[in-house]
Design a protein around this ligand. Structure first.
Ligand code: HEM
Length: 374
């Protein structure tokens, strides 16, 4: 019953690009926190001598650059979106989400300026180097906005949690630093406190009103050709299929509203006997950012020792941002993995699911990846 798999799933580059982006943000945050707190007196305790903090700050920053090179390379090699190496250094010029990708490029440029000026620090003079160093701290909020605005995983709890932890860590570090600033800086305390609070409120409002809402992929500037082939007229301008997408962070910032998306699955399996065979019904909820349901019904003859020899199937996918119910059939079934093709409102998606079934409780968990099909 298994036809060969009909389509390739998401490329490894896509996973690498997302993974390196998340780790780069974490390390950039660590570098900023070390930089902000490094000059405080408590940091000069015997166990943490100043030079050790400085060395850690420098090494973590270099690691960020290395990760970013990988992040950029994998984004370009992935080939899903029209992203070039030039887009990584020239901000706001890309065909794909110019503003949000441009913020990534801007952040990268600021970090490059920081590294280069640090290398020639002696020749540059301390004052000039320090001025550039402060400017480089701006790369952090810019990178946060880039990740939220264009990341596939913005709606997924762990990515959202990671971003909140990063923002919280920098906020605390800045407040500690402000609180311990020397005499003469009292006047600046309140404005600095209000400014940091306003920035965090701004990021929170943007996230709630933008990437966490349906249709973000379209609003973020994803080229029409990538929006899952969803006809705008039929769609009414709503977000394309993958907004439904889980990992896709509905905002499916990444391929979200559009093409590929992935989600976690959770649900139940049941089997009933019918004349000449059996029907297996798998009812699943999409989680991990997407809201929706996937229902798979398999009809066939039971195989001795377990399993089903498939004679027919029905697959239904609904999600809040899909223009319509997507319906179709299983194309291939191997063990607990299946490939299905579903269509609706002028678009077709290939669904690749990997399930894990608990025979005791009939609980089903798994992952789903949807790819637009021609
Ligand atoms: C300081 C610089 C940067 C940082 C810290 C950073 C970090 C991130 C983060 C955290 C994400 C979200 C990942 C996810 O949702 O799973 C992301 C997504 C992305 N970044 Fe960056 N990034 C930076 C610069 C760049 C640059 C220069 C490019 C240019 C090629 C780029 C391309 C992308 C792309 C294409 C995505 C979307 C990947 C996807 O989810 O499909 N980033 N980045």
């Amino acid at each position: 019953m298994s036809a060969p798999l009909a389509a390739a799933g998401p490329s490894a580059y896509w996973y690498l690009s997302r993974g390196t982006g998340a780790v780069a943000l974490l390390l950039l945050t660590a570098s900023v926190v070390l930089g902000v707190l490094g000059s405080l007196r408590f940091a000069a305790a015997p166990r943490w001598p100043r030079f050790a903090i400085d060395a850690l700050h420098r090494d973590v920053s270099l690691l960020v650059i290395a990760l970013l090179l990988l992040h950029i390379l994998t984004s370009v090699l992935d080939g899903f979106a029209p992203i070039t190496l030039t887009d990584a250094v020239i901000p706001f010029a890309s065909a794909y989400r110019p503003l949000w990708l441009g913020l990534g490029a801007l952040s990268f440029d600021l970090l490059l300026a920081l590294v280069i000026t640090s290398l020639v620090r002696r020749r540059l003079g301390y004052r000039a180097w320090r001025a550039i160093h402060w400017l480089a701290y701006a790369s952090w909020p810019v990178a946060v906005l880039h990740g939220l605005g264009t990341g596939t995983d913005t709606k997924v709890w762990w990515m959202l949690g990671l971003t909140i932890v990063c923002v919280g860590a920098v906020l605390v570090a800045v407040w500690v630093r402000i609180g311990r600033a020397g005499a003469g800086s009292e006047r600046l305390r309140m404005p600095a406190f209000v400014l940091t609070l306003a920035s965090v409120a701004g990021i929170a409002i943007f996230t709630l009103a933008g990437p966490l809402q349906g249709g973000w992929a379209r609003r973020a500037g994803t080229p029409q050709s990538l929006l899952a082939g969803t006809a705008p007229a039929a769609n009414g301008g709503a977000s394309a299929p993958s907004s439904a997408g889980g990992t896709a962070g509905g905002a499916a910032p990444g391929r979200a509203g559009a093409a590929r998306f992935s989600a976690e699955l959770r649900g139940k399996i049941s089997q009933s006997s019918v004349a000449g065979g059996a029907v297996v019904d798998i009812s699943l909820r999409l989680a991990g950012g997407a809201r929706g349901r996937l229902r798979v019904r398999l009809g066939g003859a039971p195989i001795p020792g377990g399993g089903l020899s498939l004679t027919g199937s029905q697959v239904d996918l609904t999600a809040d941002s899909l223009p319509a119910v997507m319906q179709g059939q299983i194309v291939s079934l191997q063990g607990q993995e299946f490939l299905a093709r579903v269509s609706g409102a002028g678009s077709t998606l290939e669904l690749r699911a990997s399930l894990s079934i608990d025979n005791q409780t009939n609980a089903v968990t798994g992952t789903l990846t949807a790819t637009p099909a021609g």
